[in-house]
Design a protein. Structure first.
Length: 509
């Protein structure tokens, strides 16, 4: 209690309602250091740093309701105002804010260069603008925010379900202040404009903690930024929910319980390899097993697992980090990526000395991983004796459940993904019509499609003979392997995705 007998509150985030917060000018809240929240019985509770200095009559006139008072530390109130003021429900609000009086003053300062970048980046309109861009991205399920500088404009784009969408265009004059604000948030050097910079920050949206990886690069027309949003609450650690089905799921589940050997995941950037690795590690993580990972960077913390962040500047690379891990008595090792011969050789030696090793490669399909290792200079007999499985994967968008309807596809397209007339008997083709839930795209969320190469005796013998990826693929298909396109076709038959999605993310060679 305060001297005046008012309650003192510290956990404010659960009480905040953005619409109520937006009833007051940002500067008014900041100057008077108070926060309006929803009280009991539909009333309004004013949480102030100094409740005795608050003009209750003026506040009641603004909101038209009776108010009561409480207290909280000034720093907590100011932080909450900065984080939660203007939680937009539409991108139109962001554009409207560019015309307010504070923005007009800011525009004059930018044009006249009357203030330095640090001062401009901490102006209320800039803080609000960046917060709105972040919050809007979370409400639209964006995984990345692209702030792209062009010759005449400053574009904001969101990556949603793997595809980029233009959201709105800001006047280019705001680019220096916005980029500087992002640098401040992620502890980067605002004065450095000639070199790329990487950083991290966090923010909260709807009681969820969002980690942000920031990458800023100098371009011909000025600095551009990409913000990767990592929502821990929405991250999947459950192997069953990744999209693995049938024999592929059974075989992969068996592989991750081997006591030694190498399991590789392959695919382009953004195909979900890290998610699959984390799900596998979560499945096998037990108190009696020591798991150590080496990642660049560590994206999510897994409880009970020792995770190491690669730091090339400090001399901690995948290769020498792996060498140190082996002296740390691990049972299972996860190496974020095999990039060179030294790392590959260390991973193979680790598997041959009784460790289960997980890692990734950038190849288009599973058999090509063997060819990539051979190209790195690894001896065929070492690959054959250590490799136990390679799984390639892609992500396909799923049909929106809110607007799904029956669909028909041209026979030529069905044949292109490998479906026959026999398959069509049990088909349940669906496509999304487009609705507000899926932002008019017809798709909502994503799932994996997989191609698992199990290294049996036949495949092992072919590896020692240095056969091509094509020969390996043919042998694997004869042993029951399903290609990426075949797995995608299975999801089309089930009505989970569409033919065009499968064709978009796969290519047959």
């Amino acid at each position: 209690m305060t001297p005046a007998g008012l309650p003192v509150l510290k956990n404010l985030e659960a009480l905040i309602e953005p619409e109520l917060l937006n009833s007051f000018p940002f500067g008014f809240l900041q100057k008077n250091q108070f926060l309006p929240v929803r009280g009991q019985d539909g009333g309004v509770l004013i949480i102030a740093a100094d409740p005795l200095q608050i003009d209750l009559g003026e506040i009641q006139r603004i909101i038209g309701k009776e108010v009561s008072l409480a207290s909280a530390p000034a720093e907590i109130i100011l932080e909450a105002i900065e984080k939660f003021y203007y939680h937009p429900t539409s991108s139109r609000k962001i554009i409207e804010d560019l015309q307010d009086k504070e923005m007009e003053v800011l525009q004059e300062e930018i044009n006249g260069e009357s203030g330095d970048l640090l001062d401009l980046a901490n102006k209320a309109p800039v803080i609000r603008l960046v917060n709105q861009i972040l919050y809007r991205a979370t409400t639209m399920r964006a995984t990345d925010i692209h702030l792209q500088t062009t010759e005449t404009s400053f574009r904001v784009r969101y990556r949603i379900d793997g595809l980029l969408y233009d959201m709105f265009v800001l006047p280019k004059k705001y680019q220096p202040a916005v980029i500087s604000r992002i640098k401040i948030m992620s502890d980067l050097d605002i004065a450095e404009k000639r070199l790329p910079q990487d950083g991290r920050t966090t923010f909260k949206a709807d009681s969820q903690q969002i980690d942000v990886r920031v990458s800023i690069i100098p371009t011909f027309f000025g600095e551009s930024a990409v913000l990767r949003l990592l929502n821990k609450a929405a991250f999947l650690f459950d192997l069953e929910k990744l999209g693995l089905q049938g024999d592929t799921y059974d075989t992969f589940s068996r592989l991750i319980h081997y006591d030694h050997g190498i399991v590789l995941l392959t695919g382009p950037t953004g195909s979900g390899k890290t998610t699959t690795l984390y799900a596998a590690l979560s499945r096998i993580n037990k108190p009696d097993i020591h798991i150590v990972t080496l990642e660049d960077p560590v994206e999510y913390n897994l409880e009970g697992i020792n995770q190491i962040n690669v730091n090339a500047r400090a001399g901690l690379t995948f290769a020498n980090g792996l060498r140190s891990i082996l002296r740390h008595d691990p049972d299972i090792i996860m190496v974020g990526e095999i990039r060179d011969q030294e790392t590959a050789e260390m991973a193979i030696q680790a598997s041959l000395t009784g460790h289960l090793v997980f890692s990734t490669l950038h190849t288009n399909d599973a058999p090509s991983a063997v060819t990539r290792l051979l190209d790195m200079g690894i001896e065929p007999y070492l690959i054959a004796s250590s490799l136990i499985g390679v799984m390639a994967q892609r992500l396909v968008r799923l049909v929106c459940a809110e607007c799904a309807e029956p669909a028909t596809w041209p026979v030529s397209l069905l044949q292109e993904i490998g479906l026959t007339e026999t398959d069509l008997v049990s088909a349940n083709f669906r496509q999304g019509r487009g609705c507000p839930h899926c932002l008019g795209t017809g798709y909502y969320s994503r799932s994996g499609i997989f191609e698992l190469l199990f290294v049996d005796e036949k495949i092992r013998q072919l590896i020692t003979e240095r056969v091509s990826a094509g020969v390996l693929k043919k042998a694997a298909l004869e042993s029951g392997m399903k290609t990426l396109r075949m797995d995608g076709a299975r999801k089309v038959l089930q009505g989970q995705t569409t033919v065009s999605e499968v064709l978009r993310v796969t290519q047959e060679t």
